[in-house]
Design a protein around this ligand. Structure first.
Ligand SMILES: C[S@@+](CC[C@H](N)C(=O)[O-])C[C@H]1O[C@@H](n2cnc3c(N)ncnc32)[C@H](O)[C@@H]1O
Length: 265
């Protein structure tokens, strides 16, 4: 169940439901928490050549383009890239002819394992990955390839501290959350993830490859990348007031954002 071909097929099967989840705004952890924080961590992207890894249906690629980046989005799911291309066409159609603030996005169906064969070293100024590296079967080699393509990599992942295999909210008699019980942190194994929230068009499964904080740190070291900045974003009080579900993410770190750099030449 956890081999690479299955992982890719599952993302293709999920394409329509995942697309719907994002475009309807129902993925509010993205719109209110990790998406803005990742864009903020990228800084000023105007005029930069950006490679967005595991771009899915292009939500973050479009954020980067909206901020002025010239973006290439790659993903191994044909279904998700088809959605991304359609959305990009619509974005251009809607753009004012006089608008110069938007960069553009081009998309490729590509396994991130094949980055080195597809792009020459130094092709980009920045590589990004919005919640995708932990879904890739070999993140260490992807990080190493990314480090040859650009001097900087900014990515978000579920925070390994709270993303443990055993993760259960302990509640009082009225159902209020008391504390999150976590265990088996060091069990870094592929996990079949059930996407079964009611908000979804249909339920689906994907495969996630869990790693501990130390393993991520070692993968970056081995790729010759140094952590320049690390962020654990929290929702704002107004976001929590509008979407009470987000309150958990103000108690515990759900997201980890890393800005890593190659050594100066
Ligand atoms: C949780 S989704 C995130 C998608 C997108 N970045 C977003 O923010 O919506 C993970 C993505 O990683 C992609 N992915 C997983 N392994 C990949 C690989 N080896 N090469 C390219 N894309 C991959 C999946 O197809 C999926 O689109």
């Amino acid at each position: 169940m956890t081999d690479e071909a299955t992982a890719r097929r599952l993302w293709n099967d999920a394409a329509d439901a995942y697309h719907h989840f994002i475009e309807t705004g129902l993925d509010y952890y993205r719109t209110e928490l990790h998406g803005p924080a990742l864009l903020d961590a990228c800084g000023d992207v105007r005029g930069l050549r950006v490679l967005d890894l595991g771009c899915g249906q292009g939500w973050f690629s479009r954020q980067l383009a909206g901020a002025g980046g010239h973006v290439t989005g790659i993903d191994w799911s044909t279904g998700l890239i088809e959605h991304a291309r359609r959305l990009e066409e619509a974005r251009h159609f809607q753009a004012q002819p006089s608008s110069t603030t938007h960069g553009g996005v081009t998309y490729d169906v590509l396994d991130a394992a094949d980055l080195a064969a597809r792009f020459a070293p130094g092709t980009f100024d920045l590589v990004t990955a919005c919640m995708s590296l932990m879904d890739m079967p070999h993140p260490a080699s992807v990080l190493a390839a990314a480090a040859r393509l650009a001097p900087r990599l900014v990515f978000s992942i579920p925070n390994p501290v709270t993303d443990a295999p055993h993760r259960v909210w302990k509640r009082d008699a009225d159902g209020h959350k008391l504390a999150l019980e976590l265990d088996r942190y060091f069990e870094a194994t592929p996990t079949v993830l059930q996407w079964n929230m009611q908000r979804l068009l249909h339920h689906f499964t994907t495969i996630q490859y869990r790693y501990t904080l130390e393993q991520w740190s070692r993968m970056l070291e081995d790729a010759n990348l140094t952590i320049a900045r690390l962020r654990e974003p929290r929702p704002t009080p107004s976001a929590i007031a509008a979407l009470p579900d987000l309150a958990d993410a103000a108690r515990l770190p759900y997201v980890l954002i890393i800005d890593a750099r190659t050594p100066p030449r």
